[in-house]
Each structure stands twice: as structure tokens, then as C-alpha cells.
Write a protein that binds this ligand. Structure first.
Ligand code: HEC
Length: 406
């Protein structure tokens, strides 16, 4: 062995190894599967392409696509505990939270959609780590932040003052679209409103159940009330309407509305799943794949299902019963329900499509369908099956189902 050559090449080997490791980790850090993102604390629609979403997470800002991937924006890996997009200027974001090394970030602003951030203020008693914040649509220089009570800035975040106490255990804040001194707080004791910048609070939703989200657009106030569901009302009277009561024991934490379509919502559930509603919060689909999941595609896949799947899995996926005419449990299993009454939702979209195309290794009755349908058809069949699921099951789909087992 040539010792000299070995010792000469060692630094190069080290350099190469370090270089490769860096490349590998940056490549991995830059684009991740959407369902790998943990702790999404805020969302905003990309003004350049409305199907894409900015997601503020505990390890920086990401831009997600309906393909189910998310790519890091800028270089920051800060834990963005709170995040708010400027309601009028699409370039401007605000955030607060923690740098990866510990401590608090104070109030950050970005004028290039999250590529770079500057600290605009430490906040009162700071540096603060706001756990919720919102920019007033009525007067965008007014920003509210939650840190040891309520703080407000009247000059776009440069200076702050402490205002009245917040309702106990406030989870989320939203400034009213009608007046800069009016705002809402979603708290353990319910949804509250203040007309005097946080001096006094009154109940804004009649039931004293935990409110986990509040969000305001020029048209509506949206909230999630645990045990009631997703609710919406118009300011000033609110006159709440329950848009969806199908979340069961799950709930929504943050949401955003497409600036070009007041009925297109994106929201993150407590399980971390991003969901989309195209009808103002009445029905929800997974954000991943929502762009091709049109009513036409679902209806067409429904017809294909009736043709080739219904004979075993039953109408609308209710499953086979042993007494059904063609039921055959020689293998000890009947065709399971594919709606959300059994455990179809424990599988990811990819797993479901895989079973449809390649069949079940355990039971030849679930045969490979790839001879007669395309991959596209299989994807559309998955979309059809998921249209039979509640938002509760969608929020718990795939690897996340373990979290929903209590
Ligand atoms: C001849 C009867 C039959 C037909 C037709 C059939 N399946 Fe199945 N399917 C089964 C059986 C039986 C199983 C259970 C397999 C097992 O447990 O290994 C199954 C399992 C599945 C599963 C896995 C469910 C789970 O929870 O693990 C999916 C998904 C599925 N079928 C979808 C479809 C779709 C979509 C079609 C139409 C393209 C279809 N099946 C047509 C009998 C059928």
C-alpha cells in the first residue's frame, strides 16, 4: 500500500465527502414531500400562481404545489411561530418566532415574499416570539401580535405598544376588515371580539366552545369552533352559518383565501394535513391533487367505479356483505368498504392507486386492474373514493392516521 498516496488523498476524500454530504442535505432540505412538513403556522396563496401555497413552518418558509411537494423559500430555517401576509401588497410578509439556535426573533418583515427577512422591531418587552399575528385589512399599517397579552403596531411593525389582556388561552387572532381597532380572538373559552383594540372582549360566537382559528376577508369572518365545525359570517352582524360539521374530533388551525376567488380556501388541520375547499368551506378535499380533482373528473371516475368496482365494493364504496350475491370469502375476506367506514383512509393516495393497478398480493379477487385502466384512471378512482370521505378522514389520511386513533 502506498502510504504517501493515501495520506495525500485523504484530505481530498474528506472534502469530497463533506461536499457530497452538503449537496445531499441541501438537495433534501430544499424540496420535501408536503406531508413531511410539521407544524404549519400560517398559509398564503402565491399571487403569481394561485394553486401554489406559501407555508410558514417551524423550519422556515416553503412553497407547496398541488403535486404534494414543498420547496424551501430563501435560506432561513427559523421557526415561524406566526405568519401574516400583507392584505394589499403581495410582496410583503410578516413573521415572528424562534431562530433554530434558540431565543426570539422579534418582528420580521420580508419585502420579497420570504426570500429574505429583516427584523423591523423587537416588540414590547422583546425580542418577542408572537404566537399569533394579523395585519388589518381596514388599515394595513395596523398589525396585532400576541406576546404576554396583546401588542399592536400602528406603523407597519416599526413601533409597538402593549394593549389590553387577551381572552385566556388565545390560539389565533384576526383583525376586522371594517375598522383597525376591531379584532377577533379564537380562544379556549370561545370566539371573542373587541371593538376597542383589545380593551374589552365580548363573545362573538354564541357557544362557549374552544375556537381554534379565526380569519377575516373583505367579505367574511371564518372560524373553527370545536364540536361545531367550520363557521362563517359577514361583518358586522356575523349571523353565523355552519359550513361544515364533518370534522369530528379534528379541527382547523390556520387558513387563507385565494385573493382571486373568495370561495377557494386552503387550511391546515391539527394533524398537519393541508385541505382545500372550493365552495367556501362546505366541502373539503386534500390540497395535494386538488387542481385536477374537478367535479367532472370525480363524476367520470364514479361511473368507472360503478362499472368495474361496485360489483364487489358496493355502491359508493360501502363494501361487500357476506350475504351479497357474488360475495366469496374463500380467502377469508370480503371486499372492504372504500368509503371512510373502514380503514381505506389509512392508505396514502399512492398506496390506493398501487392496489388498484397491481391488485392485492393476499387475495386474487382484488385483481390487478392495470391491464384495463390507465394510471390516470387509477388516480381519478382514488379521487372518487376520497370524495366519499369526510374532512375528518382526509385530515387523518395515510401515515397521519396513527394520530387520530384516540
Ligand atoms: C372481484 C371483486 C373485486 C373487484 C371487482 C374489485 N375489488 Fe378491490 N378488493 C377486493 C377484495 C376481496 C379486497 C381485499 C383484498 C385484501 O384484503 O387483500 C379488495 C381490496 C381493495 C383495496 C384495498 C383496501 C384496503 O383497505 O386495504 C382497494 C383500494 C380496492 N380494492 C379498490 C378497488 C377498485 C378501485 C376497484 C375497481 C377498479 C376494485 N377494487 C375492484 C375485491 C374486489
Amino acid at each position: 500500500m502506498n502510504i504517501r498516496r493515501l495520506s495525500l488523498s485523504r484530505p481530498w476524500l474528506c472534502l469530497l465527502a463533506v461536499g457530497l454530504a452538503t449537496l445531499w442535505s441541501t438537495a433534501r432540505a430544499e424540496t420535501v414531500a408536503l406531508d413531511r412538513l410539521e407544524h404549519i403556522h400560517g398559509l398564503a396563496v402565491d399571487p403569481a400562481q394561485s394553486s401554489r401555497l406559501y407555508l410558514a413552518t417551524h423550519s422556515g418558509l416553503f412553497l407547496a404545489t398541488p403535486k404534494g411537494l414543498a420547496t424551501r423559500v430563501g435560506g432561513s430555517k427559523d421557526d415561524l411561530m406566526s405568519f401574516a401576509a400583507h392584505p394589499k401588497d403581495p410582496e410583503v410578509f410578516y413573521a415572528s418566532g424562534h431562530p433554530p439556535g434558540g431565543g426570539n426573533l422579534g418582528v420580521l418583515a420580508s419585502r420579497d415574499r420570504g426570500e429574505s427577512w429583516q427584523r423591523v422591531s423587537a416588540g414590547v418587552g422583546g425580542p418577542v416570539d408572537f404566537h399569533a399575528m394579523d395585519v388589518s385589512r381596514a388599515e394595513p399599517r395596523t398589525i396585532y401580535g400576541m406576546y404576554k397579552g396583546l401588542q399592536v403596531s400602528g406603523d407597519g411593525g416599526a413601533t409597538w405598544r402593549q394593549v389590553g389582556p387577551l381572552p385566556k388561552d388565545t390560539f389565533d387572532l384576526a383583525a376586522s376588515a371594517r375598522a383597525p381597532e376591531a379584532l377577533y380572538a379564537a380562544a379556549r373559552g370561545g370566539l371573542f371580539a373587541s371593538r376597542d383594540g383589545g380593551g374589552k372582549w365580548t363573545r362573538a360566537f354564541p357557544q362557549p366552545r374552544p375556537a381554534t382559528l379565526v380569519h377575516v376577508t373583505d367579505q367574511e369572518v371564518h372560524a373553527f369552533v370545536y364540536g361545531v365545525g367550520f363557521v362563517a359570517g359577514a361583518e358586522p352582524g356575523l349571523g353565523w352559518e355552519v359550513r361544515s360539521a364533518a370534522f369530528g374530533d379534528r379541527f382547523l388551525l390556520h387558513m387563507t383565501v385565494d385573493p382571486d376567488d373568495p370561495n377557494l380556501f386552503h387550511a391546515v388541520a391539527d394533524t398537519g394535513t393541508v385541505l382545500t375547499s372550493k365552495d367556501g368551506g362546505r366541502t373539503w378535499v386534500s390540497y395535494a391533487g386538488h387542481d385536477r380533482e374537478t367535479p367532472e373528473v370525480v363524476a367520470e371516475a364514479g361511473r368507472l367505479y360503478d362499472e368495474i368496482c361496485k360489483s364487489c365494493h358496493g355502491a359508493k364504496g360501502v363494501g361487500e356483505r357476506p350475504e351479497d350475491m357474488y360475495a366469496n370469502d374463500d380467502y377469508g375476506v370480503v371486499a372492504p368498504p372504500l368509503d371512510d367506514s373502514a380503514h381505506g383512509w389509512h392508505h396514502s393516495d399512492g398506496n390506493l392507486a398501487e392496489t388498484i393497478l397491481n391488485g392485492s398480493p393476499r387475495n386474487p379477487r382484488m385483481m390487478p386492474f392495470k391491464e384495463i385502466i390507465s394510471e390516470q384512471d387509477a388516480g381519478n378512482l382514488v379521487a372518487y373514493l376520497k370524495s366519499l370521505w369526510s374532512p375528518r378522514s382526509l385530515a387523518c389520511q395515510g401515515a397521519r392516521h396513527m394520530r387520530c386513533m384516540h
